[in-house]
Structure formats: C-alpha cells, structure tokens
Design a protein around this ligand. Structure first.
Ligand SMILES: *Cc1c(COP(=O)(O)O)cnc(C)c1O
Length: 465
C-alpha cells in the first residue's frame, strides 16, 4: 500500500492575499535590492522563507487572548498566565519575561560570564555568542565533528562531543566555565537535534564539576519531536513528557518566543536557582522592564502563554516537522545537493555543489538566492561567504566550508502547495544551473555585511530567459 498522506492539523480562518509579480517586475525588484534578498520589500515576495523568526501564524485562541491581555504596569494577570505556562511545560521554578531571546541572553551573560571565562556550546549562534563575548568570555565549540559536514547522515547531529567538553574542563578548570550553553536544536548546523542521552550525559558531567547547563531552548519542541521519532524508548511518549525530561537535565534556559512559542515577539529567561533568579530580577528592570512584564505588552504575554501550550500538541509538531521534510524529500529525490539529514526548521541548499561552475568569491549562495527569487518570487537567505565577512587581520574574505542557501519554513503559515511551488522552482533552477552567473559586490558595509551589501551580475544577465 502507498504511504497514507497527512494534512495540516488546522483550517484557515483568515487569509492574507499575496502579491504575485511578473518576471519583469521581479527583475526590477531584484535590481533595486542590489541582488540581496534582505533588501527586497516583503510586498514583492510571493513565498517568504527568509526566516522562521517571528513569522509564525497565531491561532484564533491567540488572537482572542490579545483582547484579554492585562496591561497593568505591575502584577499583570497575563504575566501570571505566562509564568504558569512556562512552569507547567518547561518545568523551571523561576521565569523572567524579556522582549525576545537576546534580552534573556544579555541578562544571563552579564550575570554569569566574567573576563577570561570560557563558554562551551554545540556550535554558536550569532547573538548568543555576542553576549558571551561582550562580557569577556570566549566561546568554545564542543559539537561533534560530523555537524560541520553537510553529508554526514546522523540521527542526532547536534550532540556535544563529551571528550571535547571534558578536555576543556581539564584545560581551563571548571571555575573558568560559568555554564555550558546547549542549543536544542542547533540552528547553525541545519536545525539538527540533540539526543536525550547526550543531554543526560552532558548534565551529569557538568554536575560532577559544579558547572551549570543552560539551554538555548529556542527550538526545543522541534528537538523533542526528533527524540520521539528516533531515540529508542520514546515512540509512545507524548511531546510534553519528552520536553519535561529534556529540561530536567538543565539548570535553566534562554528562550526566543519568536520560534517554537508561536508568537511574533517575546522571550524569557528561566532557571531553578533562587539566587540567580534574585540577581536576574534586579537586572531585568535595567534592560527590559518590571519583572512582571519585562519588555512585553500584557497581550503579548497572554498570546505567548497560549502559544506555549499549542506548541506541545503532538499533531501540531508532527505536521511542522513533516512539512519541512515534505519539501526536503522532493529536493533529495531530484538530486539537489543539500544538508542531510533534513533538520527541524529549514532546508539548507549546498550552493557550492549546486553551482559548481562558480568560485566561492563569485558568491554562489547569494547568486542562487537571487536566481530563486527571480524564478518564482521565493525569498531565501544566503549563509555563506557573504555572511562570514572578512578576516580582521588579512582583510581577505573568510571562506566558510558551508556555502548555503537557507529555505526557512514559518510555522503554520504556508500549505504544502506552497512547498510544491518552492520545490518546482529549485528543481528547475538545478536543471539550468549552468546559466546562473556569479555576482560581484558593488557595496560592502564594514560590519554584518550580509544585511546591506549590494551586488550585480558578473558578465551577462543572471538568467537567460
Ligand atoms: C533567534 C535565535 C536566538 C535569539 O532570539 P531573538 O528572539 O531573535 O532575540 C537565539 N538562539 C537561537 C538558536 C535562535 O535561533
């Protein structure tokens, strides 16, 4: 029998019409944006896969909860609802609301990281690492080696290499390690999960040495789904219970509500240690706001509380992961080079293999993202040589091993029909890939250049059409 298909576990109550531009109009929009998808206007985009951050669709319950949000400056009812949701679903004792994930990272790093400290993590995330370094810490990557290889097929490619962590503890001493930052899943590795066994082992090792384990819980529900699917013993365990066990192997977390918590803005810092909580409460008023709103409106806290409960629904998370895979499987079948296995929130195309006629300094990922937009109005993001910037000493481009185009799937926003449109476009581009020309950079900002850099096609037109 053929495999039974599944569909979205929700129906559509409000629609947002999309603009569909002609090829000529897209060409003009692309030129206006300097061939940089970050600079496209959203009204010129048909299917927007730039990011899954803050782009989720809220449910009718969440929209309804906006109306009952309590906007009191202190002691808001909505705050108590959010605190209850975090305690119930995440299991931590203490919670502080922040405006988004980086607000929580700022508080945690200021309170725990001192000059000369080392902060081990399973691959870095931009803002997380920036806060650790701003406070004098040095980030140390302790992820398994395979995570850096796009073709290594592993169930849990986000795992920590315990030898690397153990060696670091021996080398610098436990007192120089304020905490281990464990991301579940690992965004920069392609949305790859960490196994329950690995979380347990990391926690046990850290406990032996008196080191805290703090999760970057941004995509924790997606990680829980991979455990349910792949780790022996969890196939019949509800997602909610898997999450509870995951968090039991940690001392606290930073959270961006803009991803798994299904809201457009918000975040929190949570922990079990009372002393850390007391100090965080003192600091939250400086950077975010009163401990009972900390950077969020009452209605936003209300919507996030509701989103937290919805995010652990087994049908919701199954469809979420399966939709990403629905797109990815079509591309794999067509022989498109990409990061394997498929992660939780995005497909990462291997632009170097896709456009193997281009040198890396012709910006293959940037050129591919531009070609995709021109072909179908789909917006993706470059994660390669442009994002990697230049070497501070030599002034040369950093040349990262991974030269990728990220197709990030927003939660509950698009149907599988949209995924078909994306797949058709990528596959057709692959068939005529040799027509895609490299780019030259015409304007290069000194910092975080990927946001604002401008390009133009090298030699002839981008796509002969
Ligand atoms: C988005 C993100 C953050 C930061 O959260 P913001 O809400 O954008 O500040 C931290 N870690 C990871 C893995 C993320 O994806």
């Amino acid at each position: 029998m053929t495999k039974r298909r599944t569909a979205e576990p929700y129906k559509i109550k409000a629609v947002e019409p999309l603009n569909i531009l002609s090829h000529e109009e897209r060409k003009q929009a692309l030129e206006k944006a300097g061939y940089n998808t970050f600079l496209l206007d959203s009204q010129d985009v048909y299917i927007d896969l730039l990011t899954d951050s803050g782009t989720s669709a809220m449910s009718d319950q969440q929209w309804g909860s906006l109306m009952v949000g309590d906007e009191a400056y202190a002691g808001s009812k909505s705050w108590y609802r959010l605190q209850e949701a975090v305690r119930e679903v995440y299991g931590y004792k203490y919670v502080l609301p922040t405006h988004q994930g980086r607000g929580a990272e700022n508080l945690l790093s200021q309170l725990k990281v001192k000059d000369g400290d080392y902060v081990p993590g399973n691959m870095y995330f931009t803002t997380t690492r920036a806060h650790q370094e701003l406070n004098g810490g040095t980030f140390v990557d302790v992820i398994i080696d395979e995570a850096h290889d796009p073709n290594a097929e592993l169930d849990f490619k986000g795992n920590v290499d315990l030898n690397k962590l153990q060696n670091l503890i021996m080398e610098v001493g436990a007192e120089r390690i304020p905490f281990v930052c464990l991301a579940v899943t690992v965004n920069m590795a392609g949305g790859q999960p960490v196994s329950m066994a690995n979380m347990r082992e990391v926690y046990e090792l850290c406990q032996e040495h008196g080191i805290d384990v703090m999760y970057d819980a941004t995509r924790c529900v997606e990680n829980a789904y991979f455990i349910k699917e792949r780790e022996p013993g969890y196939q019949n365990t509800p997602i909610k219970d898997i999450l509870k066990e995951m968090f039991a192997y940690s001392d606290g977390c930073t959270m961006s509500g803009k991803k798994d918590a299904l809201v457009n803005i918000g975040g929190f810092l949570a922990m079990n240690d009372e002393e850390l909580y007391t100090r965080s409460r003192e600091l939250v008023v400086v950077y975010e706001g009163m401990p009972t709103y900390g950077g969020m409106a009452g209605r936003d806290m209300e919507a996030m509380a509701q989103g937290i409960y919805e995010s652990v629904d087994d049908h919701y998370i199954e469809h979420r992961i399966q939709q990403v895979r629905y797109l990815g499987d079509q591309l794999i079948e067509a022989g498109i080079p990409m990061v394997r296995p498929i992660g939780g929130h995005a497909i990462f195309l291997d632009a170097r293999a896709f456009l193997d006629h281009l040198d890396q300094d012709q910006f293959p990922a940037q050129a591919l993202a531009a070609a995709l937009y021109l072909d179908s109005g789909v917006r993706a993001m470059e994660r390669g040589i442009v994002s990697a910037g230049r070497n501070k000493e030599t002034g040369e481009h950093n040349k990262p091993k991974l030269e990728m185009v990220r197709l990030t799937i927003p939660r509950r926003v698009y149907t599988n029909n949209h995924m078909d449109v994306v797949a058709d476009s990528v596959i057709e581009l692959y068939q005529k890939r040799h027509q895609i020309k490299g780019l030259q950079m015409d304007y290069e900002p000194p910092t975080l250049r990927f946001f604002n850099a401008r390009f133009s096609p090298k030699e002839v037109a981008l796509l002969e059409n």
